[in-house]
Design a protein around this ligand. Structure first.
Ligand code: ATP
Length: 301
């Protein structure tokens, strides 16, 4: 697959602090990548440098094979807090964005209408943006970012402010766009990345700490375990004391880590039966996406 963009040792310093620290990764054409990290990890700074809004302190950005200083015309950018002029209608706003991004003035209105239809704002195109709900604003933000058909779409936290339905709708739109566009979006919620994303890039304090597909990351951090639910915290504590395998406890649940499928469930059940402790249930579980996120971004802390 062809590389659309490669960044090499991309760095942004603010005084002594490095907001982004020697970041190196590539975006393959027509794939989507999630930039994942907690607040302050450097996601916005990275996207701003790629969008050409912020100059890097060091490192290079190679776009489609060429080092470029000005990639604004071929990228679309949705900032974390986009500004909409409340007195403009959605159509006027999107048409203006189209012209600013280099769309021929003669077809800008037509392209704006098509794009608003695509993001589900066809019926609201003549309404003033000041009347829009959060979800509508997010769609409008997406519309202004894609109206000029960019080959690279950069989105800063496109779904973080939305409710679960709004999130799903925006992610579905991104999935559709992905067939013709390369997408890089940031999020601090790993669950949001799940469905459509080809590559995950985890940032912590400006550094890349993990990279891979969702499946690769899940396999590496899934941590299979038995979760043993007891009737009380005391019962769980007693089990941790007598367990032949290393076990830990959280409230009334005891955990046994499974490595290479050992111990097998039968052995665990046998020990439990012998213990006569008051048991509620036993299950085999793997780390949730939220737990995986915490493991990855806290690694090395
Ligand atoms: P969030 O999820 O909160 O938006 P983020 O991952 O996008 O976080 P950035 O906004 O890129 O993180 O910030 C990375 C680091 O750089 C933070 O420590 C931040 O305080 C610092 N930083 C960002 N912009 C500036 C600036 N203009 N001057 C000084 N420090 C800055």
């Amino acid at each position: 697959m062809k590389t659309l963009l490669h960044m090499q040792d991309l760095t942004k310093e603010y005084g002594k602090e490095k907001a982004v620290d020697s970041l190196t990764f590539s975006l393959l054409k027509n794939t989507s990548t999630a930039l994942i990290g907690p607040n302050g990890a450097g996601k916005t700074t990275t996207l701003s440098m790629l969008a050409g809004l912020l100059k890097q302190s060091a490192g290079t950005i190679v776009f489609d094979g060429e080092i470029t200083e000005d990639i604004q015309k071929v990228i679309g950018f949705l900032p974390q807090y986009p500004k909409f002029y409340s007195w403009l209608t959605a159509l006027e706003f999107t048409e203006m964005a189209a012209k600013l991004s280099g769309v021929d003035a003669k077809i800008a209105k037509q392209e704006a209408e098509k794009t608003l239809e695509f993001v589900g704002l066809g019926d609201a195109k003549n309404k003033k943006t000041g009347t829009f709900s959060g979800g509508m604003k997010q769609r409008l933000g997406l519309a202004q970012a894609i109206v000029h058909k960019p080959s690279l779409l950069l989105l800063d936290e496109p779904v973080s402010a939305l409710d679960p339905i709004g999130r799903r709708e925006i992610m579905n739109l991104l999935k559709e766009l992905q067939t013709t566009t390369t997408i890089l979006y940031s999020t601090h919620i790993l669950n949001d990345a799940e469905e459509m994303t080809d590559q995950l890039v985890f940032l912590r304090k400006g550094k890349l700490v993990e990279q891979g597909s969702m499946q690769e990351v899940r396999e590496k951090y899934a941590n299979p375990m038995y979760k043993i639910y007891f009737i009380s915290t005391e019962e769980a504590a007693k089990f941790v004391e007598i367990s032949p395998w290393p076990a830990r406890q959280e409230d009334s649940i005891a955990f046994i880590h499974i490595e290479e499928e050992k111990p097998v469930m039968n052995e665990v059940l046998h020990v439990l039966a012998e213990s006569h402790l008051s048991l509620l249930k036993v299950e085999r579980a793997t780390a949730s996406l939220e737990e995986i996120f915490l493991q990855v971004v806290n690694n090395g802390e």
